[in-house]
Design a protein around this ligand. Structure first.
Ligand code: SF4
Length: 175
C-alpha cells in the first residue's frame, strides 16, 4: 500500500481529503503544519479537533512546530498583498516544503495538501508549487472537485468540527 503524507490546514478541510485518499487505497499520515495561523489561540482551536479526525478515520496526525518567525520571514515584503496574491503563494510554499521534508523523514511515498479544498484557493498554483518541490512525489489532488467543499461542510457537521471564518494569518483576519 502506498503511503502519503497529507498536509492538513485544519480539521474542517481534512476530513474529505482523508476520506478520498483512503478510498483510493492510500495509507494516510496527517501533518498539521501551519505557522501562518494567528493568533496562537486560533492555532490551538484548529489543532484540537484533529483528534476527532484521528478517531473517525483511524489515522495518525502529527503536528509540526509552530514556527511563527519563520513564516513572517518567508512572506516578508508581501504583507500588504490581497488574499489570493503573492503572499499566499509563499505561504503555500513554506507549508508544502516542510511537509515534503516530513514525508522524507518518515519514509513515505508522496505528499499532498488539503489546501485545494477551499474554493478561495487556486488549485493550479498549489499544483505548480508542489511540482516545483518534487514533481514525482507531489500527489496533486484538486479536492474541491466532485463537491469536495460541500462534503467538507457535511463532515464538519457530523463530527462537530470547528470551522473558522478567515483563512488564518494576521493579514486575513477579519475584525
Ligand atoms: S490569506 Fe491564507 S493562504 Fe494567504 S498568506 Fe494568509 S494564511 Fe496564508
Amino acid at each position: 500500500m502506498k503511503k502519503v503524507l497529507l498536509h492538513i490546514c485544519c480539521a474542517g478541510c481534512g476530513g474529505v481529503c482523508i476520506e478520498r485518499l483512503q478510498e483510493e487505497g492510500f495509507e494516510v499520515l496527517g501533518f498539521f503544519y501551519n505557522p501562518n495561523i494567528h493568533p496562537p489561540e486560533e492555532y490551538l482551536r484548529r489543532q484540537q479537533d484533529l483528534e476527532k479526525l484521528e478517531k473517525e478515520f483511524s489515522l495518525e496526525i502529527l503536528s509540526g512546530d509552530y514556527e511563527i518567525s519563520e513564516w513572517f520571514n518567508f512572506i516578508k515584503g508581501y504583507e500588504a498583498e490581497p488574499e489570493g496574491g503573492r503572499r499566499c503563494g509563499l505561504c503555500f510554499e513554506l507549508r508544502l516544503r516542510k511537509s515534503y521534508e516530513e514525508m522524507k523523514r518518515k519514509g513515505l511515498d508522496f505528499f499532498t495538501t488539503t489546501l485545494s479544498v477551499s474554493p478561495h484557493k487556486n488549485s493550479r498554483l498549489i499544483k505548480e508549487i508542489g511540482e516545483k518541490i518534487d514533481k514525482d512525489r507531489f500527489l496533486f489532488r484538486d479536492f474541491k472537485k466532485k463537491d469536495g467543499f460541500k462534503r467538507s461542510v457535511e463532515l464538519s457537521k457530523k463530527l462537530g468540527l470547528y470551522r473558522q471564518n478567515y483563512c488564518g494569518c494576521l493579514f486575513s483576519q477579519r475584525t
